[in-house]
Design a protein around this ligand. Structure first.
Ligand SMILES: [Zn+2]
Length: 267
């Protein structure tokens, strides 16, 4: 090869390298712009499943739980106490309203609710088991979704969590009988010193913070504890409805039933 053609070859290689660099730079800029400008990429947020759960019904507030689920078309779980259902015909009718409402999924919260004596109740796991079975039979419950009275204990197929207040052995017994025992990640903020608006904002902030800190039992899934009784006062009813509206406006959130927990929602 002559010296001139060798020189030409070197020039060609340099040109090619330069063009390749240019191409790579252009490609990099195009990809970066796509990420910055494409709104679907920019706003890609993970979907979040919220589970609103109402304990200790039926009671006077249950009629409001029923109405809110229908007016706002949101899924809700209720944990029912059998002894409350059989208090009188009004409570029976509230329970019947729950049965007739497709937005409501009914879970087992025991027949007696420990009669308020939790420590003694949990000393005898077999009696706790009987109490739950009695509730299931008398209310003709269709699923095995349960929550322990006065205890935030979880027993699910893949996850467990204790609150160390006693009740673990009872939860184990229920799990052995194929119950899914649900605790909660966040409790509704019962603080009437705040305005209704501030309560709803605070609840949203607690949820967002939990997602950031990844402290819920399952990521992107948050179980919220409320009580039917809270809807007996206008303050909490208004705060709850404001909260529901704010969550609905967020678009990447949805209200789900515990039978679907943990829900994996992708965009
Ligand atoms: Zn309770």
């Amino acid at each position: 090869m002559s010296l001139i053609s060798k020189k030409n070859q070197m020039v060609s290689i340099k040109k090619l390298s330069f063009l390749l660099c240019l191409f790579l730079m252009a490609f990099y800029i195009a990809v970066s712009c796509q990420i910055i400008l494409d709104p679907s990429t920019k706003n890609k947020e993970h979907k979040v499943a919220l589970y609103l759960t109402f304990d200790d019904g039926p009671c006077a507030g249950s009629i409001e739980v029923n109405l809110i689920t229908i007016s706002d078309s949101i899924k809700v779980n209720v944990f029912i106490i059998g002894s409350h259902v059989f208090l009188n015909d009004t409570m029976k009718s509230y329970y019947q309203s729950y049965l007739n409402n497709p937005f409501i999924e009914i879970g087992n919260h025991s027949f007696s609710h420990a009669n308020g004596k939790y420590r003694k109740y949990y000393e005898n796991p077999s009696l706790v088991m009987k109490d739950f079975l009695m509730n299931e039979d008398t209310l003709h419950l269709k699923n095995k979704i349960a929550r322990l009275p006065g205890r935030n204990i979880w027993r699910l197929k893949k996850r467990s969590r204790d609150d160390f207040a006693g009740g673990n052995a009872a939860a184990d017994s229920l799990a052995e009988r194929k119950y899914s025992v649900f605790g909660w990640d966040i409790e509704w903020l019962y603080n009437m010193e705040l305005s209704e608006e501030d309560t709803s904002n605070e609840m949203v902030a607690m949820i967002e913070n939990m997602l950031k800190q990844k402290t819920s039992l399952r990521q992107w899934n948050i179980v919220i504890l409320c009580h039917d009784q809270m809807l007996e006062n206008k303050y909490d009813k208004d705060a709850l409805q404001l909260f529901i509206r704010k969550i609905k406006d967020k678009k990447n959130y949805s209200f789900e039933h515990l039978s679907d927990y943990p829900k994996s929602l992708s965009n």
